[in-house]
Design a protein around this ligand. Sequence first.
Ligand code: HEM
Length: 240
Amino acid sequence: MLASRDAEPLRWVRVKVWDGWVRLFHWALVALVAFSWWTAQTGRTGWHMLSGHAILALLLWRIAWGLVGSETARFSRFLRSPRAALRHLRTLWTGLPKTGMREAETLGHNPAGGWMVVAMLALLLAQVATGLFADDEELYRGPFADWIGFEASQRVTGWHQSLSDILLAAIGVHLLAIALYRLRLGRNLVGPMITGTVLLPSGSHGAAQPPRMAPAARAAALLAAAAGLAGALWRFGGQP
Ligand code: HEM
């Protein structure tokens, strides 16, 4: 407990900001992206394709959860104007203003982080989609490469490789932003992505109105549907 300016003790309350499903999505995604990179580097083609389909299931689930999931997971909540994103980014240099930045703006993804999420999801989707049609003539042949013909699938293979470089760069920026938040604003973003909670002053807006979490059954049903779709694609692509 800390003392506030007028010597009133400042109480802290623990507020849930990320549901378990978003956290599971994030850390499973990290593991699968690392695994996909490693299997691509070491020529483990079968595992690479399986991992790509698993990432697709995660992405389909996350898009659905962005529409009907918990409040902090919803696109409508965290997608703000590019101007708001730039204004927020500026705080990395100037520090957070004492007033003016509503707490609601920073509970969950901030306006800049929101665009990072969309960019990351779009990049990952493009990575998976190009993988389905790629053919490198050596080890790897995407399940739908035949559909578009040899020349086109060669082109798509080039895009798949370039996208993986862009994705690596984006992950670097993602980690740099998280480190800058810690160093410049003193905010630990990683802890909440692990525990799901943040500590807020009891009188604050976020403590009084914590974000609404969607039912677990809805998340589980969507995950089953997303896994079913990715699995159907896997079978349709001729995989065992
Ligand atoms: C393969 C590497 C990674 C990818 C593809 C990735 C992707 C993502 C995505 C898509 C989100 C949005 C989550 C959502 O709303 O569903 C996110 C958020 C986040 N990631 Fe990662 N991530 C990666 C690695 C990491 C690592 C290694 C860390 C920790 C050091 C990390 C920490 C976070 C944090 C703290 C957030 C929440 C940011 C916020 O509060 O707005 N990520 N990441």
